[in-house]
Design a protein around this ligand. Structure first.
Ligand code: PLP
Length: 394
């Protein structure tokens, strides 16, 4: 069996995922005949409220926590902002935040903004594997530290931080810990209450649910100051609930829980097969980041002396979607701050591509992806550097 001409091979599942048809089917009634407001007292409203509470239980079941520990938000970014700002508002005398140099822009931009407003931010560095130093974390925590906010899994490299140890240190030092688990939920077992994590963020669109819905775990005994004030979500996240999307997130969480282990194994096999084939076929190719402590679905590869932007366009012409660095609003690509923080040169960071696999990828697609990547990189390597890029962005 081969892939159909014109078929897209989507290896960018850390950017977003295709909506699962079962998730969409579950959402449809809540976009059509079931249009009640969950705060209304009549039947139409009560049905919507029941649906929201069912979804809360489904998300809680995936995270093995209590439903009351989950609030729904509009996205991962909102969950992250809510957690960090809650810690700042709950204890305004605490003016210090600890995070890392490889966080998602949701955390980076918020912390930069807070720094302009007088907060002091410690950006923990990472080593060449993309790992932080736990001793350094311990030494950095101060009596005025409001919160430690760190990734569970890096979106660009898939590198996993030692979340269990981080949570232990934060609890020993009596400081709040927010974990950005947007890339981990649905790919790994994520059980925040067992680990003593205080806040944990997740996002629907990384879980085969549509964009525009997320959730924040807030530990039972953790104080919370809302970002949006009003009455919904027990006054913790105001705004009439996005019922259809919340229902979708609940279904997506249920499906993720059902296939977490076996899909993890299958996707890891696909990723490892791809990585091995590409690194064997092309010389000088190197996988970026810690290969042991890594998500099963992510492969970040440096192809020396190619320009990732050009490679992306050529791969796209062959029907393969992957990514490089972080695309800014204008669509141009900056060398990844994550790879730069890991000590890669500007050139090597600009020569790196991220392939992220998902549960809808098939073995046939991966075989085809290997052919496309190897052919494209060989083509680029054959071009003399003086000739400039093969294609320029429109
Ligand atoms: N954190 C990480 C690690 C992510 O990968 C992303 C999205 O790419 C986010 C946060 C933001 O999530 P959302 O797109 O739902 O705002």
């Amino acid at each position: 069996m081969s892939t159909q001409p014109g078929e897209i091979i989507y290896l960018d599942n850390n950017a977003t995922t295709q909506v699962d048809s079962r998730v969409l089917a579950e959402m449809m009634p809540w976009l059509t005949e079931q249009y009640g407001n969950p705060s209304s007292v009549y039947r139409l409203g009560r049905l919507a409220l029941d649906a929201v509470e069912r979804a809360r239980a489904q998300v809680a079941s995936l995270l093995k926590c209590q439903p009351e520990e989950i609030i729904f938000t509009s996205c991962g970014t909102e969950s992250i902002n809510s957690a960090i700002l809650s810690a700042c508002m709950a204890d305004p005398d605490k003016r210090h935040i600890i995070t890392s140099s490889v966080e998602h822009s949701a955390t980076v931009k918020l912390c930069e903004n807070l720094a302009r407003r007088g907060m002091e931010i410690t950006w923990l560095p990472v080593n060449n594997l993309g790992q932080i130093d736990l001793e350094r974390l311990k030494e950095t925590i101060r009596p005025d530290t409001a919160i430690v906010s760190l990734l569970w899994a890096n979106n660009e490299t898939g590198v996993l931080f030692p979340v269990q140890e981080i949570a232990r240190i934060c609890n020993e030092k009596n400081v709040l810990f927010h974990c950005d688990a947007v890339q981990a939920v649905g790919k790994l077992e994520v059980h925040p209450s067992n680990l003593g994590i205080h806040y944990l963020s997740l996002s629907g669109h990384k879980l085969h649910c549509p964009k525009g819905v997320g959730a924040l775990y807030i530990g039972k005994r953790v104080r919370f100051k809302p970002l949006l004030c009003g009455s919904q979500e027990s006054c913790r996240r105001a705004g009439t609930q996005n019922v259809a999307s919340i229902v979708g997130l609940g279904k997506a969480a249920e499906l993720a829980a059902q296939c977490l282990v076996e899909e993890g194994v299958r996707v890891r096999k696909l990723r490892d097969f791809f990585e091995q084939a590409v690194t064997q076929a092309l010389s000088g190719v190197k996988v970026n980041g810690d290969q042991l402590q890594r998500l099963p679905n992510t492969s970040n590869i440096c192809f020396p002396s190619i320009e990732s932007e050009t490679a992306l366009l050529l791969l796209d012409n062959s029907g393969l979607c992957c990514s490089a660095g972080s695309a800014c609003a204008s669509g141009s690509i900056h060398p990844s701050h994550v790879l730069r923080a890991m000590g890669l040169s500007h050139e090597r960071a600009r020569s790196s591509l991220r392939f992220s696999f998902g549960r809808l990828n098939t073995e046939t697609q991966i075989q085809r992806a290997i052919d496309i990547v190897v052919t494209t990189i060989r083509k680029l390597n054959q071009r003399s550097p003086q000739m400039g890029p093969v294609l320029t962005a429109a």
